[in-house]
Design a protein around this ligand. Structure first.
Ligand code: ADP
Ligand code: MG
Length: 364
């Protein structure tokens, strides 16, 4: 006989859904770094104890958290960034669901937040949180410049299988987390303020807006010398049926692609595609189909090496959905296949040896 249908108790639901937001070490780090960037930090340091197995600490010099917000900071679906669904189309912060801190509280042995605002610095408050994200102690005081430190210990301890998995592959997972930090070190230079990766896990502004500087600080000056800047305006044909259904005018979608790519005559001296980063409206994301297409075009000019590639797609916000997967690494771009076709044509044209910037003769 079929069982009766009952509601799952709240704290179990919380644990089940939390484990989708923070799926591994790199998403834990990603959520904390994004919070720091959302708080306008210009310097972010990530400390790993035992590759993150024992503890992870993310220290920023952002705005800090106001005392009025302490009690709700890590409660599920509490956010300072979005108040209604419609805001999703205009939101320009990384976070908007108010889930990350709540999830981390559910998935770690212990979470503490130390924070100071402009007004309270140089004195900070230490908040001890429980598994539900409730503040159980806010009496701690500590010298602290403006900013926030979030410290996690025992990531995934409440989920024994996932914890075992993390322990087994911790070096690989740690490598992925550092790679992700590189993406965030590249991101801001596409926008308002340059942040550079200082040492492997410290991102700091160098005040410049230059993507080249960011690349040099990540991979040395050679890395950036053999690259060319790229800016392509694409007119992407839209699927007429969808547009009609949505009542949108039959227009082509304007998408700009800008960034940097290795000169095809020199490549980046590597055969692997590990130095390739994609952004949509300056959000780091996985665009595997686009990545594959770009590499295919590149291969016709340089069969042996993969390019260093940093591409940011500026897409009208109404034409993309950033809320597809819990980790927000998947971004749905309307008409992606048509985008890929336009991009391939534009890139082939751009890579033609007759174009001055890609001239073989120019390369030393
Ligand atoms: P979201 O980022 O989606 O809002 P989070 O759970 O990541 O959700 O964070 C909840 C809230 O806590 C944020 O909206 C923000 O107000 C505050 N917050 C989190 N981290 C920081 C930080 N490093 N500096 C300042 N405020 C923070
Ligand atoms: Mg967040």
């Amino acid at each position: 006989m079929a069982g009766r249908i009952k509601a799952i108790d709240k704290s179990s639901v919380h644990r089940i859904t939390s484990s989708q937001v923070v799926v591994d070490l790199q998403t834990a780090v990603k959520e904390l770094v994004e919070n720091a960037l959302d708080a306008h930090a210009t310097s972010i340091e990530v400390r790993f104890k035992e590759y993150g197995l024992a503890a992870i600490e993310v220290i920023d010099n952002g705005t800090g958290i106001s005392p009025e917000d302490y009690e709700v900071v890590a409660l599920k679906h509490h956010t300072s960034k979005l108040s209604k669904f419609e805001d999703l189309t205009t939101v320009d912060t990384f976070g908007f669901r108010g889930e990350a801190l709540a999830s981390l509280c559910a998935l770690c042995d212990h979470v503490t937040i130390t924070t100071a605002t402009e007004d309270s610095a140089p004195m900070g408050t230490v908040l001890q949180l429980d598994r539900q994200g409730r503040v159980v102690d806010r009496s701690g005081r500590m010298a602290r410049q403006r900013g926030t430190t979030v410290a996690l210990s025992g990531l995934f301890m409440p989920l024994p299988v996932r914890r075992k998995e993390l322990e087994r592959h911790v070096k690989r997972e740690y490598g992925k987390a550092l790679n992700l930090l590189s993406a965030y070190a590249l991101f801001p230079s596409l926008g308002k303020h340059g942040i550079k990766l200082k040492r492997q896990s410290q991102i700091q502004t160098d005040g410049s807006n230059s993507l080249r500087n960011a690349i040099s600080s990540l991979w040395g000056s050679k890395g950036s010398e053999n690259t060319v800047a790229l800016s392509l305006d694409l007119l992407v044909a839209q699927d007429a049926a969808t547009l009609k259904k949505r009542g949108l005018p039959m227009e082509e979608l304007k998408i700009n692609v800008s960034g940097i790519v290795s000169k095809f005559a020199v490549g980046c001296g590597r055969s692997s595609s590990d130095r390739q980063y994609f952004f949509v409206n300056r959000r780091p994301c996985n665009l595997s189909k686009v990545q594959k297409a770009v590499n295919e075009v590149y291969k016709t000019f340089n069969a042996t090496q993969s390019p260093l590639l940093i591409l940011d797609f500026t897409v009208p916000t109404a034409a993309c959905d950033i809320n597809v997967s819990p980790d927000k690494r998947t971004i749905f771009v309307h008409g992606e296949q048509n985008l890929i076709e336009s991009l391939k044509v534009a890139l082939s044209d751009h890579f033609q040896p007759s174009r001055s910037t890609f001239s073989v003769a120019e390369v030393p």
